[in-house]
Write a protein that binds this ligand. Structure first.
Ligand code: TYD
Length: 138
């Protein structure tokens, strides 16, 4: 069962004009082929998004503007919280990890690189079902 959460740090290519970060598929920072990109913005204050896990999907999350917090829970019950508040930071989430996104700033734009096309059948949206599927791992 794949279930990993890793903080990422990207090295900007900076010069007098400013900074640029380039990410490519199948590299150390993005260890999958990028099949889909989506972004979350204009989030209503107080909103908590996500609240699901995936069986297969791998994602890199980057708050390219503003800030938000990602809460993760791995199958063994380990919980972690990751504040994404600068474009040179990211979070790699692979496989069966329960995640929710919260504390979005007004200007937050959360960019997500995903390893698969959108597939509702890959989602586990019921927390008790996630706990049932991972009960072997605690
Ligand atoms: P949802 O899963 O509720 O977003 P979040 O996990 O951030 O809370 O998705 C919101 C809607 O967008 C839902 O109708 C499914 C749709 N959607 C797509 O069509 N394609 C996608 O790639 C994603 C992530 C969502």
């Amino acid at each position: 069962m794949v279930a990993n959460v890793s903080d990422l740090e990207f090295t900007p290519k900076g010069d007098a004009r400013g900074k640029l970060i380039a990410l490519e598929s199948l590299t150390e920072l993005v260890p999958f082929e990028i099949k889909r990109v989506y972004y979350i913005f204009d989030t209503t204050p107080g909103t908590v998004r996500g609240k699901h896990a995936h069986n297969v999907l791998k994602q890199v999350l980057i708050c390219v503007s503003g800030a938000c917090t990602i809460e993760c829970e791995k199958p063994d019950g380990t919980k972690s919280e990751h504040r994404l508040d600068w474009p040179d930071r990211g979070l790699l989430i692979e496989g069966l990890v329960w995640r929710q996104m919260k504390d979005f700033s007004k200007d937050a734009v959360l960019l997500v690189l995903a390893s698969e096309h959108y597939d509702e059948s890959d989602y586990i949206r019921d927390y008790s079902e996630f706990k049932r599927q991972t009960s072997c791992c605690e």
